[in-house]
Design a binder for this molecule. Structure first.
Ligand code: AMP
Ligand code: GLY
Length: 419
């Protein structure tokens, strides 16, 4: 199949690696891609993934049979819509359904209408409303930017002044939600949706905070592991029945079917499962630990979803081993990442058994050919193992072989399941 993947991160690298691992002769092109992706697939650095008309023209001219939209920005910008209008199968929701991720207010309205369990929340339009909601819910305070914020929109704190400062900032940038604090283990569950039916992938856990022991600010994600051996047996079915299907049905009822990846960000509270957020695309870094264990061909799932043909497709199968990913970040990430620095040692790291390296933000220096870091999260080092202890040891052995001046990573990824 001729597949166009939009995006340039480790998630897209993992998607490409998974598609290339199939016993099929796919021709894959990625726009814009990165240095790691370019080593495996064709890239189109000049094609702007945010320009729906340009992407559609490209897809038509090049006989693309499936477009996979990786990141949230093109989804929220509505890039899927012109593709769908022209009859090109596209994995990714249109502009309205992508509001499930793009607007927390929209997501709360859909959840209310569908009876999906989530935290109580108040949308504040003035500081007075925000402060009153903070006092109603009490500490710890949860303050959320309403729109896309690249993982930086949520503050969970017991410091009322910090909560007020965060609310003040985001009130000036699109609006703020104050939410009740939910206590419990977090789970990321991805479901492939064709607008009516859903199929679950293997659950994963993300490490959102910057520092060991869940300290420091929220980030885009510093590591992940999958599967989750501590989940109750009926967890996935419960999420399908109480969260995913009601949400997908509500969107279908509103004539805006959700075709793509429904990312359910969940907390298992003592009162049951609660949704903390939806995303409209594969999560990063969870994708890097979910897709390597997928046995069912990824392209068959994405194509069936894109063409409305998921009914009757069996649940995707996963290998029974474990996967762990550790994210290597640039100095200064997340506030002010230092970029342009050289990365070495990748070949040695990739030789550690069962290790693959997904590039998140890399480019080749045109003159010297050196590999350079171009963003905050630079690499996602992925390892598989029979046990979590084995996968974790391999991931950290590989990370230790990589040199990027000033870089940092968490040392406790998957520690809680590796005993
Ligand atoms: P989000 O961007 O919505 O995924 O939120 C980022 C992180 O903030 C989540 O992964 C949680 O760790 C935390 N968080 C979000 N909402 C809540 C909540 N209502 N209660 C507790 N923690 C939350
Ligand atoms: N891992 C969190 C996200 O992709 O939003």
């Amino acid at each position: 199949m001729k597949i166009l993947v939009l995006g340039s991160g480790a998630r897209e690298h993992a998607i490409v690696t998974s598609l290339l691992s199939e016993e099929a002769d796919h021709r894959i092109v990625v726009a814009p891609g990165n240095a790691g992706i370019a080593a495996e697939a064709a890239v189109e650095p000049g094609l702007d993934p945010l320009d729906g008309e340009a992407v559609t023209e490209y897809a038509i001219e090049n006989g693309i049979e499936l477009v996979v939209i990786g990141p949230e920005a093109p989804l929220v910008a509505g890039v899927a819509d012109p593709l769908r209008t022209r009859g090109i199968p596209v994995f990714g929701p249109g502009k309205v359904a992508a509001q499930l991720e793009g607007s927390k207010t929209f997501a709360k309205r859909i959840m209310d209408a569908a009876g999906v369990p989530t935290g109580r929340a108040v949308r504040a339009s003035t500081l007075a409303e925000a402060e009153s909601a903070l006092d109603t819910f009490g500490a710890p305070y949860v303050v959320k930017a309403d729109g896309l914020a690249a993982g930086k929109g949520v503050l969970v704190t017991s410091d009322r002044e910090a909560a007020v400062a965060h609310a003040t900032h985001w009130l000036g940038h699109g609006g703020v939600l104050i939410e009740e604090f939910l206590d419990g283990q977090e789970v990321s569950l991805f479901l492939v949706s064709d607008g009516h039916n859903v199929l679950p992938l293997s659950p994963a856990q993300d490490y959102k905070r910057l520092l060991d022991g869940d300290g420091g600010p929220n980030t885009g994600g510093m590591g992940a592991y999958s599967p989750l051996p501590w989940l109750p047996e009926n967890f996935v079915d419960e999420v399908i029945d109480t969260v995913a299907l009601p949400t997908v049905r509500q969107l279908a009822k509103e004539q805006t079917p959700f075709i793509g990846l429904l990312y359910c960000g969940l907390i298992m509270t003592s009162r049951g499962i609660r949704v903390i957020e939806f995303n409209a695309r594969f999560g990063d870094p969870e994708t890097q630990v979910v897709l390597p264990r997928l046995v069912t061909p990824l392209s068959s799932l994405l194509f069936a979803a894109a063409t409305g043909a998921l009914a009757g497709v069996p649940r995707p199968e996963f290998a029974l081993d474990t996967a762990v990913t550790v994210v290597l970040a640039s100095e200064g990430y997340p506030e002010a990442p230092q970029t342009g620095r050289p990365i070495t040692g990748l070949d040695e790291a990739a030789r550690v058994p069962e290790v693959t390296i997904a590039h998140a933000a890399t480019a080749r220096d045109e003159e010297t050919g050196a590999l350079l870091a171009t963003g905050g999260r630079v690499l996602s080092v992925v390892a598989r193992g029979t046990t979590f202890a084995e996968a974790r040891a391999r991931a950290y052995e590989a990370v230790a072989l990589i040199e990027l001046p000033g870089s940092h990573f968490r040392t406790d990824i998957a520690a809680r399941v590796a005993d």
